[in-house]
Design a protein around this ligand. Sequence first.
Ligand code: UTP
Length: 290
Amino acid sequence: MTKVKKAVIPAAGLGTRVLPASKAMPKEMLTIVDKPAIQYIVEEAVESGIEDILIITNRGKTVIEDHFDRSFELESKLLSSKKEKAYEEIKKISQMANIYYIRQKETKGLGHAVYCAKSFVGDDPFAVLYGDDIIINKNNKPACLQLCEAYDKYNLGVVGIKEVSDEQILSYSSLKVSKIEDKIYKVLDMIEKPTPDKVLSNFSILGRCVLDKNIFDLLENLPAGKNGEIQLTDAMAAITKTTGMIGVNYDGIRYDIGNKLEILKAIVEIGLDHVEIGKEFNNYLKNKFL
Ligand code: UTP
């Protein structure tokens, strides 16, 4: 297993792209078939060997803490009504990992959210799993583990990367890369939300990275970047210019739960594979649309 044992899940964004759903309900808690989005992310971390998870929250997100807590009344009701399977499932959620919480007091951007993890991280390497990015890799290594293994191998910070369209790259980050081996790249530079003349390639950071404490010195004095936010990409860009970073074009399908169309894709594709309702859902779609 990997030496990366800690993870940070920033989940303090305002979710303005999925309003009104995210007005009172954090987008990280939106239901994807039968689980809130953030549970898929915690499960991916746990399956990657992560033991301690810090979730960055803010006002209005206490429902995330409730979800990963014990629920004694519900558990005893399930037991007394002989719903053992549901009981086990519910209890398991509260035992998956050591989960800690800290509030980002102002929504100043992803870089600022990650900075809130400084004392939790200490001297250890840590994975960052963006709270609105579900990555599914059926029957294979979780994306987070693929990145942690690259961290172990190269001893450099790692970003999860994928190629996106010319249009998408303008609202994501763009990376300058050179190939090292299959699916592994050296990252030599990066820019957040480039204008068309500043695009470095169609490779973008999507949803996951592995960092160490060096990032905090860079984040500490970082001025606000694109959209007036403290951008994690700007701090990582400084690392790419010194030691460089590693890019892993991970296996897995990523769904951005901060985007309405991607929420629907996640529900349909995860629903089709669901053990209980997958077959019936498949038949429903065929009868209705074919
Ligand atoms: P996003 O930019 O996708 O989230 O950040 P957002 O700000 O909620 O998006 P909009 O409003 O729809 O454009 C990526 C991740 O970083 C977290 C978000 O919760 C999301 O999981 N984040 C973002 C923070 O924790 N704090 C912030 O200040 C900004």
